[in-house]
Ligand binder design. Structure first.
Ligand SMILES: Nc1ncnc2c1ncn2[C@@H]1O[C@H](COP(=O)(O)OP(=O)(O)OP(=O)(O)O)[C@@H](O)[C@H]1O
Length: 324
């Protein structure tokens, strides 16, 4: 049974100079207890998509399509219901934990807040839950009395994960949860996330530019380029045998988890990702594509089947798989 279904989701920012189509026609499903990785370079629309899931986007963002969380459309929910869903049913961990924590409040009070706000615990019980959550994320109970500046970056990210777990949500969205951390701490936080989602049967959407990290943690991968999903399938297959030339370049840039090369741009790709306000015609990837054909600039691109439970938006896949 799907916990989350995205049907033709699009997000357009309306700014003074025009419209920014940040997410274009994304359809994905996430089964209960499964982990989906969303990969792509900076600007591909990953964070916009994540924020759209919990309606956390600024007012100038216009969202289309349907986002069904356990069958309920997030986009048409009343605000009261939406607030109840956040933290309690789905929570989000952002990149750079230092920005997500209040610098002048103790850690324990911040972890307890979602429990108290949602009326899920009285102060005493919330205190006990904070101790339990700190233990789950590998921090001693006395850390509840610390302030954020007394913790390392990795510890702060653990606190953010404890907050995300506080109300026992069914879905956690982790947006580049380890990007700001050094390689060793990154590996520790990743294994913590893996362990927690498995133990608590939580569904996970994890966002990263690093395909190797996602392949390590997630069952399924969606690769985004210029606001669209260009490849989707089981993560190890997409990572080791990508069908789209963009996914291949991303996979080649991040050979193993935590590799220092993960800070580099995709190998073999010239140029930059396109400006969403001036998207190339046809397949938006064609100006950077090493295997582009004459027809790519005018191609009506879609996700074509690329083997069992796999799809890719590349003309070569369409030809090989015999789709039309
Ligand atoms: N508030 C906003 N107003 C206008 N455009 C925006 C806004 N937020 C994001 N964008 C644009 O939307 C596009 C997608 O941005 P988004 O942050 O979702 O990408 P991303 O893949 O998450 O990138 P990163 O990895 O750098 O966070 C980009 O072109 C970005 O400039």
């Amino acid at each position: 049974m799907s916990l989350l279904e995205l049907e033709d989701v699009s997000v357009t920012y309306r700014i003074a100079s025009g419209e920014v189509p940040a997410v274009r026609g994304v359809s994905l499903t996430l089964d209960s207890g499964a982990a989906l990785g969303v990969a792509g370079e900076s600007g591909s629309g990953k964070s916009t998509l994540a924020m759209a899931l919990l309606r956390l986007l600024p007012r100038d963002a216009h969202v289309g399509g349907r986002i069904l969380l356990d069958g309920e459309d997030v986009l048409t929910m009343k605000w009261g219901r939406m607030r109840a869903v956040r933290w309690a049913e789905a929570s989000i961990v952002f990149q750079g934990a230092q920005h997500g924590l209040n610098p002048v409040r103790r850690i324990g009070d911040q972890i307890a807040e979602p429990l108290l706000v949602h009326g899920l615990a009285k102060p005493d019980a919330a205190g006990r839950r904070v101790t339990e959550l700190l233990e789950q994320v590998g921090l001693p109970a006395w850390r509840a009395r610390s302030y954020p500046h007394e913790l390392s970056g990795g510890q702060r990210q653990r606190v953010m994960i404890a907050m995300a777990l506080a109300c026992s949500p069914r879905l956690i969205i982790a947006d580049e949860p380890t990007t700001a951390l050094d390689v060793m701490v990154q590996a520790q936080v990743l294994s913590l996330i893996k362990e927690l989602v498995a133990e608590h049967d939580i569904s996970l959407i994890m966002i990263s530019h690093d395909l190797s990290v996602l392949a390590d943690v997630c069952d399924q991968l969606a690769v985004m380029y210029a606001g669209r999903v260009v490849e989707h399938g089981p993560s190890t297959e997409v990572f080791h045998d990508a069908k789209h030339p963009y996914s291949r370049a991303l996979a080649a840039a991040f050979p193993t988890v935590g590799d220092p090369a993960s800070r580099l741009a995709p190998k073999g790709l010239g140029g930059d990702p396109p400006d969403p306000m001036q998207l190339p015609s046809g397949c938006a990837f064609h100006p950077r594509c090493p295997v582009a054909l004459d027809e790519c600039p005018t191609l009506d691109v879609e996700l074509w089947p690329a083997g069992e439970r796999r799809s890719a938006a590349c003309v070569h896949v369409r030809e090989k798989e015999g789709a039309s």
